[in-house]
Design a protein. Structure first.
Length: 251
């Protein structure tokens, strides 16, 4: 049975990925810093508490995976929203936290997955970026910079690892229904003097499909990118966002 690891797999997009990979026949491993979320995951999954920004944690996690027989698919999904503020009001510590977790975590995940995949002569690395990694994004400088960064990391991985049979791709979600996006909506509404509903409508109106996406839409794309149906797909940035046209929602 093939094995898939999802970082930040205890909730949201990561949890949906876990369910989708299990439905596709994978042995699912998830890691998260939220132990309560891990405890609520299906008992058929292997759940490990780990901080993706900690090299010690990630080294230990992949030692466990190696002992279990290796890894076929890695979804570097962990990230944080970071502050919602104009750049002159962003604290350096908040910048570092967002970049360390979102970009640094993807780097450490790839760093320790790569030797196992090289030994197997195959593998798929899927990073979760964002439409913020494709457009400039007002009032979200740390998040946008980190999400652009994971795309650069992915493209480099695709070039470095392709000769070893390892593919790398990025998924760029748009606005995803759920608690995390609700927090973004509320903070953005506060920073712009708008209502939460006005910001929500602005995001939806900024897509050609006039809708948010759901976590399962991202998960389904991850399963496809890991499959033999995508065996020649590598180095690609694939948006699952209902076609975002305007990254700066307005009332």
């Amino acid at each position: 049975m093939k094995r898939a690891l999802i970082t930040a797999g205890g909730s949201g997009i990561g949890l949906a990925m876990g369910h989708a990979f299990e439905a596709a026949g994978y042995d699912v491993w998830v890691t998260d810093i939220d132990r309560d979320a891990l405890a609520a995951c299906p008992r058929t999954w292997t759940c490990c508490a780990a901080d993706v920004a900690s090299e010690d944690d990630m080294r230990r996690l992949f030692q466990e995976i190696a002992a279990a027989g290796g890894i076929d698919v890695v979804c570097a999904n962990a990230g944080v929203a970071g502050p919602t503020a104009s750049v002159e009001h962003v604290a350096l510590e908040d910048w570092k936290t967002c970049v360390d977790i979102t970009l640094g975590g993807a780097f450490l995940t790839a760093k320790y997955a790569t030797p196992l995949m090289k030994a197997a002569g195959a593998g798929a690395i899927i990073v979760t970026s964002s439409t913020a990694g494709v457009f400039g994004y007002p009032n979200r400088a740390p998040y946008a910079a980190a999400k652009w960064g994971v795309i650069g990391l992915m493209k480099t991985l695709a070039m470095e690892l392709g000769p070893f049979g390892i593919r790398a791709n990025a998924i760029c979600p748009g606005a995803v229904e759920g608690p995390r996006m609700e927090g973004v909506l509320e903070r953005e509404a506060d920073s712009k003097g708008m209502s939460r509903d006005q910001v929500y409508e602005g995001y939806a109106a900024g897509t050609s499909m006039r809708c948010f996406v759901e976590a399962r839409d991202i998960a389904d794309m991850a399963v496809f990118l890991a499959s033999d149906g995508a065996r020649r797909v590598s180095g690609q940035v694939i948006s699952v966002d209902g076609h975002t046209e305007n990254p700066d929602p307005k009332p």
